[in-house]
Ligand binder design. Structure first.
Ligand code: SD4
Length: 341
């Protein structure tokens, strides 16, 4: 009784119809569904979609999506990514399943598949997060090969260019995602299929049994300080899954996402009855309205998926897109709406 009264008050305060939660619960689910950040998410989605339609669990599908994108030499995910300002590539990743099992690695070097190491942390250790040399040692013990640590030719070139000025400027990153940047340290790299590659890869999936899981994998912001960790490996910031409510993953300036525990925040808005897109929009509003002037200088994008297969996205700046696959259509890239034009 008290519980439902609280919900009534909360929903009324949001100006939402109180029955919306109930109504949403009866929407027939669309299964399976996979949603990934960016247009480079087509590779992740394709891989996850094959797994989901073969009847695999959402957890397996999102891990396979992460592996697929980590295999691609890109500026922002995996060992081909841009290095930190000392010239080392450091990787962050996490994974979460329908039972709130979680695993995460941060500041991991010379290991090709951080998403799989994160899953091993989840399944083989009593902990939820390993970092740095400890994470690397654990990965080696688990049979992951220690890679050379050489920068990819593209990252080497970009790093040498960056060293000329040694500037750390997230603003350039925004211009790049808006297609304005003509080059420089954050210039986009291309994937083998010719499409532009972008940032952090986050994938959330709903499997044929109606269960949700998600993963996030990244080399973090290029030219970050050595030791810097962003939102991507932090459960509740870069990724959050509540099987009854929804799954959310994000990309962009990690510091701003961590400040508001972004992915968890958006899931909680969904718990209050908002649709995935409305919840993403409210999450972005929360980030922007802390300091609207400063928000003009960074990008954050959320994607969200509900247990009934409804999805949505919202970003601070325009230029964010995401890839969806569902029974009627696969590998479709959608442009997100944004707070700023
Ligand atoms: C980070 N969120 O390390 C990641 C990077 C990213 O767009 O998504 N860039 O903060």
């Amino acid at each position: 009784m008290i519980k439902s009264r609280r919900r009534f008050i909360r929903n009324s305060a949001l100006g939402l119809p109180v029955l919306s939660l109930k109504a949403k619960r009866f929407r027939p689910p669309i299964l399976p569904v996979v949603v990934s950040t960016w247009d480079s998410g087509t590779i992740a989605n394709e891989t996850a979609w094959s797994a989901l339609t073969a009847g695999e669990k959402a957890l397996d599908a999102v891990e396979k999506a992460g592996i697929a994108i980590e295999d691609v030499v890109s500026c922002c995910v995996g060992l081909g990514g841009n290095p930190d300002r000392d010239g080392f590539v450091t990787l962050d990743a996490c994974i979460m399943d329908e039972e709130a099992n979680i695993g995460s690695v941060a500041f991991l070097e010379r290991i090709k598949h951080p998403v799989s190491v994160a899953r091993k942390v989840m399944e083989e250790t009593p902990h939820v997060m390993l970092v740095g040399i400890g994470a690397q040692n654990f990965a080696i013990q688990q049979g992951f090969p220690l890679e050379s640590g050489e920068l990819s030719p593209a990252a080497r070139k970009t790093y040498e260019k960056w060293l000329e000025k040694s500037e750390y400027n997230p603003r350039i990153n925004i211009e790049r995602t808006q297609g304005k940047s003509k080059g420089g340290p954050f210039a986009p790299s291309r994937l083998p299929d010719g499409s532009f590659n972008h940032d952090t890869m986050g994938t959330i999936a709903l499997d044929q049994s109606g269960n949700l899981s998600g993963m996030c994998t990244t080399s973090g912001m290029g030219f970050k300080m050595r030791g810097r960790v962003g939102d991507s490996p932090i459960i509740g910031a870069g990724l959050f899954v509540d099987n009854e409510v929804g799954a959310v993953v994000c990309t962009g300036q990690g510091e701003e996402v961590i400040r508001v525990a972004g992915a968890h925040l958006v899931v909680e808005f969904m718990r209050d009855g908002l649709s995935p897109k409305e919840a993403c929009m409210k999450g972005i509003e929360r980030i922007v309205t802390r300091d609207t002037e400063r928000a003009k200088d960074f990008q954050v994008g959320f994607i969200a998926l509900s247990p009934t297969g409804e999805y949505g996205a919202f970003a601070v700046q325009k230029g964010f897109n995401y890839t969806i696959s569902e029974p009627d259509q696969q590998g479709i890239v959608l442009d997100s709406e944004s707070y700023f034009d």
